[in-house]
Design a binder for this molecule. Structure first.
Ligand SMILES: CC(=O)N[C@@H]1[C@@H](OP(=O)(O)OP(=O)(O)OC[C@H]2O[C@@H](n3ccc(=O)[nH]c3=O)[C@H](O)[C@@H]2O)O[C@H](CO)[C@@H](O)[C@@H]1O
Length: 368
C-alpha cells in the first residue's frame, strides 16, 4: 500500500480536541499534510473546541448512538477507522490520551500497518478500575504505539518500566499547556468579582453512582456560606438529576458545558477548583489555581508535587474541611497559588511535530 504521506489525527472527545489542536497547528506550520478525523464520541463539543483554534475536521465518523455501550462504540470505531485508513493511507496515525476513540484508532492503524504516535503517553494510576475505562485504554495503546510522547519525566519512567525502549519515547510536556497559553492570550481582562469563585467539574464514570452525592453535598455547603459563587458546568455524560441538591442554592450556578475559552476565562478567575477531571488539574496547575482533586488518586503526581493540588478523595466532610481551610486561611491559599511548568512549558506540540517530521523524512530519504 503506498502511503499518502499525511498524518491522520483521530479525535473523539472535547479534551482530545483541546490537546490535539496545538499538534495539528504545529504539523501544518511545518507544511505536513494533516487529516483530522472526528469519531463523534462527544458530537458537538469536540468540533466546537477545534473551531476555536481555527481547525475544521476533514472527516466526521458520527459514531455515537443513544444507549451505546463501550464495547459497541469500540467495535464501530475500529471498523470505521479501518475503512478510513484504507482510503486515506496516512504515513502516521496520532491518537491522544485514553479514550475509546484513541484505542480504536490505534488498533485500526496497527492492523493496517500504519505506525501510531501516542500523545500524552505513560500516565498511569496502576488501577484498571479507576479511572475506568481510561487506565485500560491507555495501557493498551502503549502496546500498540510506535512513538510515545510522554508529557513528563514521570510518564516517561512509567513507559520505561513497561519495557518501551528509550528511542521510542520523547518527553514533550503536555499539549494542554500549549492550548491554555494560546487561549489565555486571547482573553479580555477579567473584571473583579464581588464573591470568590469556586469552579467545579465532575464526570468520572466510576464516581457517578456512589461518590457524586457526597461531592455535590459539599459543593452545596460551600455555596451556602454566602461568600462564594460556585460554578459547575454540567458534563454531557452525566444524567440531568445528578446535580439536583445544588439547584436550590442561590449562589450555585449549574450551567451547560462551557465553550473552552469561556471555561479558561472562569478558571483564570477562580479562587479554588474542585474537580475529578484530568485536564482541569493540569490547567489549574499551569495557572496556579489551588485545586482539590475529588478522586482517590491522580495519574498526575506533578500537580501535587508542584503544590497546586491536593487529593481529597470523595467524602463530603473531607472535601468541606479542605475547601473551608483554603477559603478561611489566606496564607494556606497563597502557598498553593503558584503557577507551575511541571505539566508543560507551552512548546509540547512543536516538539511532537518536529519529531514526526524527522520520522517521515527518514522513511522518504533514499538509503545511502
Ligand atoms: C483519566 C483522565 O484524566 N483522562 C483525561 C480525560 O479527560 P478529562 O478528565 O480531562 O475530561 P474533561 O474534564 O471532560 O475535559 C477537560 C477539558 O475540557 C475543558 N472544559 C471543561 C469544562 C467545560 O465546561 N468546558 C471545557 O472546555 C477544560 O478546559 C479541559 O481542557 O481524557 C483525555 C482525552 O484523552 C485525557 O487527555 C485525560 O488524561
Amino acid at each position: 500500500m503506498t502511503s499518502s504521506g499525511a498524518v491522520m489525527v483521530v479525535i473523539g472527545t472535547r479534551p482530545e480536541a483541546i490537546k490535539l489542536a496545538p499538534v495539528v497547528l504545529a504539523l501544518r506550520a511545518l507544511s505536513l499534510p494533516v487529516c483530522v478525523c472526528l469519531t463523534g464520541q462527544h458530537p458537538e463539543m469536540a468540533g466546537e473546541a477545534l473551531a476555536f483554534f481555527g481547525i475544521d475536521a476533514d472527516v466526521n465518523l458520527a459514531l455515537m448512538r443513544p444507549g451505546q455501550s463501550l464495547a459497541e462504540l469500540t467495535e464501530r470505531a475500529v471498523g470505521a477507522a479501518a475503512l478510513l485508513l484504507a482510503r486515506e493511507r496516512p504515513a502516521w496515525m496520532i491518537v491522544q490520551g485514553d479514550t475509546t476513540s484513541a484505542l480504536a484508532g490505534a488498533i485500526a492503524a496497527r492492523q493496517a500497518g500504519i505506525p501510531v504516535a501516542h500523545v500524552e503517553a505513560g500516565l498511569r494510576s496502576f488501577d484498571l478500575a479507576q479511572p475506568y475505562p481510561e487506565e485500560l485504554n491507555r495501557t493498551l495503546i502503549a502496546r500498540l504505539a510506535t512513538l510515545h510522547f510522554a508529557p513528563t519525566p514521570g510518564a516517561e519512567a512509567n513507559l520505561r518500566a513497561e519495557g518501551i525502549p528509550d528511542t521510542a519515547i520523547e518527553v514533550t510536556g503536555n499539549t494542554v499547556v500549549d492550548a491554555l497559553y494560546r487561549t489565555v492570550e486571547t482573553l479580555p481582562a477579567i473584571p473583579p468579582r464581588p464573591r470568590r469563585l469556586v469552579l467545579a467539574t465532575l464526570h468520572r464514570r466510576e464516581n457517578r453512582e456512589t461518590a457524586f452525592p457526597g461531592i455535590i453535598g459539599a459543593l452545596a455547603e460551600i455555596a451556602a456560606r454566602g461568600d462564594t459563587d460556585v460554578l459547575l458546568p454540567r458534563h454531557p455524560g452525566c444524567a440531568p438529576g445528578t446535580y439536583a441538591p445544588l439547584e436550590a442554592i442561590l449562589s450555585a450556578r449549574l450551567v451547560p458545558p462551557m465553550p473552552y475559552p469561556a471555561f479558561v476565562s472562569a478558571l483564570s478567575a477562580a479562587y479554588l477548583v474542585i474537580t475529578d477531571s484530568g485536564g482541569v488539574q493540569e490547567e489549574a496547575s499551569a495557572l496556579g489555581v489551588p485545586t482539590l482533586v475529588v478522586r482517590a488518586l491522580t495519574e498526575r503526581p506533578e500537580v501535587v508535587e508542584a503544590g497546586t493540588a491536593l487529593i481529597v478523595n470523595t467524602a463530603r466532610n473531607d472535601i468541606l474541611a479542605a475547601a473551608t481551610r483554603l477559603l478561611d486561611d489566606s496564607a494556606a491559599h497563597r502557598r498553593m497559588a503558584i503557577a507551575s511548568t511541571r505539566i508543560g512549558d507551552g512548546k509540547a506540540a512543536e516538539r511532537i511535530a518536529r519529531r514526526l517530521q524527522g520520522e517521515i523524512c527518514a522513511v522518504r530519504r533514499p538509503a545511502a
